[in-house]
Design a protein around this ligand. Structure first.
Ligand code: ADP
Length: 489
């Protein structure tokens, strides 16, 4: 295969925009394939057909009637429906009422079994469709068993004889750790636990993430910085010895964002469309957001937004330490997120204590998210670690200036503003520390007082190119590297 021939790629993901989303993985799975297809490759996507995905609303069509899929010592039945992303990329949806007809996407006691079934069904589906991919692109722990299978139970299967695997780590913190039983369900019990001299745990548990890393032909993560960070004990989530062993196969490719969907000039959800040439109009979005959020309507007061999963990863512990001090200043906060009950309590208290200054929405709401990106002056992501982070990129695209901790993808995308040189597109701090965070927000507030400076900062962010095009080309290179690496250990 030469570098110019079109590739056939199957991308496996537990969530895909617009069908099911809890975080950035869904955005990537929904937008990277469009960009890879635009480069002339035949990329298709597979995901489970969760109960919440309405076949009528999405115009799903049956492509394969029920067929048997080996699970443990028996057979379960899968059927396949087909939808598409932006009518360009086929999306195969694996159906099985027992596993997927539930309200949510994850957090069920049988999640290991649910995703083993999804992956096994996807492989068996390929044979029935007689569509043999050059690359199977797996994402996060839910699909990490596939590289393991291609090196074990499917090793001698002629159908997959030329198929290589790519494993993308979107977040090393979610590894999918289960007991021995899942090896039986996955049909690989005879191969037993993994062994690594520096990782004793692996001989007692099944860590899906570790298997993806150990068996994929190439591995990548979603920013160059995070690819370096995870080689260290601080960020390696106990898998750093294995990652260091595989570092010659590990690289980082920054995620893009969908420039068609994320466009302040055409966004249907926002009160007033705008672009880099008429930033003045943006103020209407701020006033509309303040109205909707029951904040005091005030064009001048700095308005800081947060849109996030509410977890420790995202830096809300250090924010909690200083948030009362911040709200003593002349500013407003709007928070949209769901997650740990502990943070729900923290933000509910803030909303009650500072009416008109702090608004809190403890829900998942894609429409409101766009209004916050378009209506806030600043966007806060003080993450303890951040593989890539999409929020800061979307914020910049919408003219909201990011305030971030310089880690992972946040360090790769946000350059700290320097008052002397006027370089930079946002504000960042390095030490994971409440006062470093506080001081950085104060620095942003000081600069906000100077309209020229602020407009320049907004324009810098809006002019950045975070589209998928460049990253999609890097993925195609990665696919070629996987084909070259295939079979070499
Ligand atoms: P992660 O994948 O760790 O959750 P990212 O920054 O990579 O973080 O991606 C988060 C994505 O999810 C962004 O598109 C963000 O706008 C969106 N998002 C997060 N929380 C919410 C929410 N409560 N409502 C709507 N969108 C949300």
């Amino acid at each position: 295969m030469t570098d110019h021939q079109p590739l056939r790629v199957l991308l496996l993901s537990a969530e895909v925009v617009p069908f099911a989303k809890t975080g950035g993985l869904a955005d990537v799975a929904g937008s990277l394939p469009k960009a890879v297809r635009a480069l002339g490759h035949d990329i298709r996507v597979a995901m489970p057909r969760y109960g919440r995905i309405d076949p009528v609303k999405f115009g799903l069509k049956g492509v394969l009637p029920a067929f048997p899929v080996p699970m443990d010592k028996q057979m379960e039945e899968a059927a396949v429906l087909q939808g598409s992303v932006a009518s360009e990329v086929p999306v195969y949806m694996i159906e099985n009422g027992k596993y997927y007809d539930r309200d949510g996407i994850y957090m069920y006691p049988d999640d290991a079994e649910r995703f083993i079934f999804f992956c096994r069904s996807a492989l068996e589906m390929l044979k029935r469709l007689d569509w043999c991919p050059d690359i199977i692109h797996c994402n996060d722990w839910h699909t990490a068993i596939v590289p393991n299978w291609l090196k074990t139970i499917y090793r001698d299967d002629p159908f997959f004889a030329r198929t290589a695997t790519v494993y993308t780590i979107h977040n090393l913190a979610y590894q999918g750790i289960f007991g021995y039983r899942v090896l039986e369900i996955a049909g690989i019990a005879e191969y037993g636990f993994m062994y690594h001299p520096e990782m004793a745990d692996l001989t007692e548990v099944v860590d899906f993430m570790a298997r993806g890393i150990a068996f994929a032909d190439v591995i990548n993560t979603v920013s160059e910085r995070y690819a370096q960070e995870i080689l260290t004990p601080e960020f390696g989530e106990k898998l750093d010895p294995l990652l260091r062993d595989r570092r010659d196969r590990l690289s980082g490719i920054l995620n893009g964002i969908d420039y068609t969907a994320m466009n302040p000039a055409t966004d249907k959800y926002i009160a007033q469309s705008f672009d880099i040439n008429n930033l003045k109009k943006r103020i209407q979005n701020k006033l509309a957001l303040q109205r909707e959020a029951k904040l005091k309507e005030d064009a001048v007061i700095p308005l800081i937004g947060i849109i996030s999963r509410l977890t420790d990863q995202k830096g809300f512990d250090i924010l909690g330490d200083v948030i009362d001090h911040l709200l003593d200043l002349d500013l407003q906060f709007v928070v949209l997120g769901t997650g740990d009950p502990h943070y729900h309590e923290m933000f509910s208290r803030i909303a009650q204590a500072y009416p008109g200054k702090a608004a809190v929405f403890l829900t998942f709401n894609a429409e409101l998210a766009q209004k916050i990106y378009a209506g806030t002056d600043m966007f806060l992501m003080p993450s303890r670690f951040e593989p890539c982070g999409l929020g800061q990129m979307i914020a910049m695209r919408y003219g909201s200036v990011p305030i971030v901790r310089a880690t992972g993808g946040l360090a790769d995308t946000v350059k700290d503003f320097d008052v002397r040189t006027k370089e930079g597109n946002g504000f960042s701090f390095v030490r994971y520390d409440r006062w470093a965070l506080f001081a950085t927000i104060v620095r942003a507030l000081e600069n906000y007082k100077h309209l020229d400076t602020w407009r320049r900062l907004q324009a810098k962010g809006m002019a950045e190119d975070f589209s998928w095009d460049a990253s999609a080309r890097k993925y195609v290179d990665l696919y070629h590297r996987a084909l070259a690496a295939r079979g070499k250990g």
